[in-house]
Design a protein around this ligand. Structure first.
Ligand SMILES: NC(=O)c1ccc[n+]([C@@H]2O[C@H](COP(=O)([O-])OP(=O)(O)OC[C@H]3O[C@@H](n4cnc5c(N)ncnc54)[C@H](OP(=O)(O)O)[C@@H]3O)[C@@H](O)[C@H]2O)c1
Length: 290
């Protein structure tokens, strides 16, 4: 029996998970297909119930269903409970468990690709949306020493700073200033950061500010690691600024693949072929002109 895995979202056309997950399954000779399914918000409950079938290993979940699937599961693990979002469901003999590999995938990508681990470091998070919340929790759980959250809408940064403080991490919210505006607080925060993570959509193809960068090279210390969550294009404006500053730059495709690598192990019990999956993901993005 060919096993089924896949990803649900609404819309789902853009997802490259089927490409790199199938490459990993085929490389290990696992008899499974990874598909993508567009599921409307009204259809989530019925779809998740269907995952109890014997040929289903589970699914990934993307926007906007990461919270909506939770009531239909038998159990939700600690990471997903803390994040309030599930990106992976595993079916074991009709019992469905919910997990969140986004935060662990983010940390694993940074550790493997740059040697960074949060313990005792200072981090600057740019943005305060859904992705920023997950990154903040991963850094807090990883033992980060202090956080600055910079966002265009200051109140949203304040909410996240409060969340970090409640978890025992010193944190400050500041405005994300535009180039040309006085940027003292942002410049100061960047200057002392060991890690800078762009969780805004600035620099994203077809996004609200696709050629913009939240920071310029003169604001980025050479000793910093800059991780952009944006992966389209592969080389984003802030990664170019980081390279010009002599800093270590990591694009968002690594986090995307590593969260998938962790899900792969949950479904199949096997270590995913990371290099094969990264290569497939990179080739797919290149074929889309990224
Ligand atoms: N690599 C991965 O695996 C991965 C995973 C998740 C997300 N991502 C990427 O991360 C990015 C954020 O995703 P999300 O789900 O967090 O989105 P979101 O919830 O919509 O948040 C968007 C963020 O970008 C800010 N923003 C948007 N337009 C802006 C502008 N013109 N100037 C300044 N700030 C602006 C928003 O600020 P306001 O609060 O002021 O609106 C907010 O902080 C996306 O590019 C997404 O593709 C990547």
């Amino acid at each position: 029996m060919t096993a089924k895995i896949g990803i649900i979202g609404y819309p789902i056309g853009h997802s490259i998970s089927p490409v790199f997950q199938q490459a990993g399954l085929d490389h290990l000779g696992i008899d499974a297909t990874y598909e993508k399914w567009e599921v409307t918000p009204e259809g989530v409950g019925d779809f998740v119930d269907g995952l109890r079938a014997p040929d289903s290993l589970g699914i990934n979940i993307t926007v906007p269903h990461k919270q909506a699937v939770i009531p239909f599961l038998d159990e939700v693990d600690e990471w997903a409970t803390a994040a309030g979002a599930v990106n992976t469901i595993v079916n074991r003999d009709g019992r469905l468990t919910g997990h969140n590999t986004d935060g662990p995938g983010f940390l694993r990508a940074l550790l493997v690709e740059t040697g960074y681990s949060p313990q005792g470091t200072r981090a600057l998070i740019l943005g305060a949306g859904g992705a920023a919340r997950g990154i903040l929790l991963a850094l807090v759980r990883g033992g980060v020493d202090s956080l600055v959250i910079a966002n265009r809408t200051l109140e949203r940064a304040e909410t996240l700073a409060q969340l970090a403080s409640e978890n025992g991490v010193e944190s400050v919210a500041i405005p994300l200033t535009k180039s040309g505006e006085p940027a003292d607080a942002l410049t100061e925060a960047a200057a002392s950061a060991n890690l800078i993570v762009n969780c805004t959509t600035i620099g994203m193809s077809h996004g609200p500010d696709e050629h913009g960068s939240p920071l310029s090279a003169d604001q980025i210390p050479a000793s910093a690691i800059v991780n952009d969550l944006v992966y389209n294009p592969l080389l984003t404006p802030i990664l170019k600024e980081a390279a010009a500053a002599g800093a270590t730059a990591l694009g968002g495709l690594h986090m995307l693949v590593y969260q998938g690598v962790l899900s792969f192990k949950m479904w199949t019990g096997k270590d995913a072929p990371v290099d094969v999956m990264l290569e497939a993901a990179t080739a797919e993005m290149a074929s889309r002109g990224a």
